[in-house]
Design a protein around this ligand. Structure first.
Ligand code: SF4
Length: 390
């Protein structure tokens, strides 16, 4: 099983409890971004295009634990930026584990071998290593040669030390289904515990805007990949219904509050992918966000989104409502032939609003007010050396 049985049982019990209590919106996974700074500058990344004073901001250990207290989700994914650049990351992880949270530490693995001894294998802990395909695909995706080999070396070392390790594979336009299928075979042979996969979200701040998949291409790509996977024992960390959605067999609306994001700006509205505003508390995020303004069919920036951070929660909640359906998909795998499920109409979506610059200006003003002695140096994100830490 890609997800430990105990984790599946606890998350399932949590979801059923929320349903029975009649709670309309609830989180499944807390997304924590304790920093934006990264040691790579990937072509499809829309998370790191900030001036240096913002990249230098960090959530403290206490702020991360407070985010968990506010949110209460059973699973926490720590992302960024590159989390291993955060000096207090071992304390953040041990603090969350002490609260019996299932923690995924997302990393590009460039610092993993160097920092591995700061962490201990734990039944609730997993490394989640970014790998966007085989050596050529991944190094091209992260715009740097040699990254795939370093990540694979770190994965093997982590497995040898007894850690759980999953991989996070984001796919873009032009991905060859056979090569992706061969890559999934390769990582399974390496002994990884699970694969998480999704199409890249079309971040407006990503340097490469030409290779994001639209919905039709996404569905066809995943159908083709899953067809190669028939009869194989690929282990995914995602719900079978989310995979069925990727393959075009479910008409789902996103659940942006299912994976709420806390970063150095606050609680991001409306979701992990889109930063249209920030709330100062989790309650404010849940209560005061105009959720109906977002999602495919409602907002132009959501038109092609099929990412797990928006739809995995929808799939999990659907599983509670339709247990026989998930059982069938789990046994047979995602459907790869026949007509696809109807698509959501985009006829009435509202046009995109561009608010990034305003948020950056506000954040810079706030930082300046905190540190009046030093004028901020505004510059475009540049990659740092792989071994830089803080
Ligand atoms: S479709 Fe949903 S999850 Fe995707 S970007 Fe829009 S609000 Fe976020």
């Amino acid at each position: 099983m890609a997800v430990p049985l105990m984790q599946a049982v606890r998350v399932g019990a949590y979801v059923v409890k929320q349903h029975l209590s009649g709670r309309k919106r609830y989180p499944l996974v807390l997304m924590l971004e304790p920093l934006f700074r990264c040691n790579l500058a990937c072509a499809g990344c829309g998370k790191i295009d900030y001036p240096a004073p913002i990249l230098n901001q960090r959530l403290s250990v206490q702020e991360c634990l407070d985010a968990d207290t506010e949110c209460g989700a059973p699973v926490i994914a720590v992302a960024g930026g590159e989390p291993l650049l955060h000096k207090e990351m071992p304390q953040i992880i041990s603090g969350l584990l002490a609260r019996k949270k299932y923690v995924y530490l997302c990393t590009n693995a460039l610092l993993l071998e160097k920092k591995m001894d700061d962490y201990q294998p734990h039944p609730y802990f997993s490394w989640d290593v970014h790998l966007d395909g085989d050596q050529t695909m991944h190094d091209q995706s992260v715009c740097q040669d040699g990254v795939f080999d370093r990540a694979v070396s770190a994965i093997k070392k982590a497995k040898a030390r007894g850690f759980r390790v999953s991989i996070n594979c984001t796919l873009f336009d032009g991905a060859d289904p056979k090569r992706v299928a061969d890559f999934f075979d390769e990582v399974m042979a390496m002994g990884v515990d699970g694969i998480m996969t999704a199409p890249g979200y079309a971040y407006e701040r990503a340097p490469d805007q030409a290779h994001f998949l639209n919905r039709q291409k996404t569905k066809q790509l995943f159908r083709d990949i899953f067809r190669y996977g028939k009869g194989k024992k690929w282990k995914f960390t995602q719900s079978p219904l989310f995979l069925n959605f990727l393959a075009g067999n479910e008409t789902y609306h996103c659940t942006p509050w299912g994976k709420p994001l806390r970063n150095v700006f606050g609680w991001q509205r409306p979701c992990y992918l889109l930063g249209e505003g920030y709330a100062s508390s989790f309650k404010e995020l849940m209560d005061d966000t105009a959720w109906e303004q977002y999602g495919t069919g409602n907002y132009e920036k959501c038109a092609d989104c099929m990412v797990h951070s928006g739809y995995e929660s929808t799939a999990v909640m659907d599983a509670v409502k339709r247990p026989l359906h998930i059982l069938k998909v789990a046994l047979k795998g995602p459907q790869t032939e026949g007509e696809m499920a109807p698509e959501i109409s985009l006829a009435n979506q509202r046009p995109a609003e561009y608010v990034f610059s305003k948020h950056v200006e506000e954040a810079m003003e706030e930082i300046k007010a905190r540190k009046p002695a030093k004028a901020p140096v505004v510059k475009r994100v540049a990659s740092e050396t792989a071994d830089a830490a803080d």
